[in-house]
Unconditional design. Structure first.
Length: 147
């Protein structure tokens, strides 16, 4: 990763400019070209330096539903269950925690009914009880990790 990669990652954390040609505006700001920035972004994603690039939507404002959930996965099944969750389009991401409930994940669905059905499906699929932790209050945190 070179200086331009770092500057690109840092700048993208602040969002894309809301203009007709955002990549051209970013290129001018970072003293590069739009094609160079897009090539670098694709490479960073392919190399796993970045795991995701895309918009963040408030699914509830769009009529959908989401929740944070957790499973207590036996260590010998951890990778297997992680792959099962990874295969579900409703699972935004999952991660390991050092806790009895050691696999945490976010579900996003088009409706409350689909959310409930998906939670039940995960319990059936994994054979493990699920801890559902729906949001009680929204907090907006300006998260930024300088690279």
């Amino acid at each position: 990763m070179d200086d331009l990669d770092r500057r690109l990652i840092n700048r993208l954390q602040l969002g894309l400019p809301l203009v007709r040609h955002p990549w051209k505006a970013l290129a001018a700001e970072l003293h590069s070209s739009d094609s160079e920035l897009l090539d670098r972004l694709h490479r960073l994603l392919e190399d796993g330096v970045l795991t995701r690039f895309g918009p963040m939507f408030d699914i509830e404002q769009l009529g959908g539903a989401f929740t944070l959930a957790a499973l207590a996965v036996p260590e010998e099944r951890f990778d297997e269950v992680a792959e099962q969750l990874h295969a579900l389009p409703e699972v935004a991401h999952n991660y390991r925690r050092e806790h009895l409930w050691n696999m945490w994940f976010v579900l996003a669905c088009a409706t409350e009914q689909r959310l409930g059905d998906t939670l039940q499906h995960i319990e059936t699929l994994t054979g493990l009880p699920l801890l559902n932790l729906p949001k009680e209050e929204t907090y907006h945190v300006g998260l930024y990790f300088p690279v």
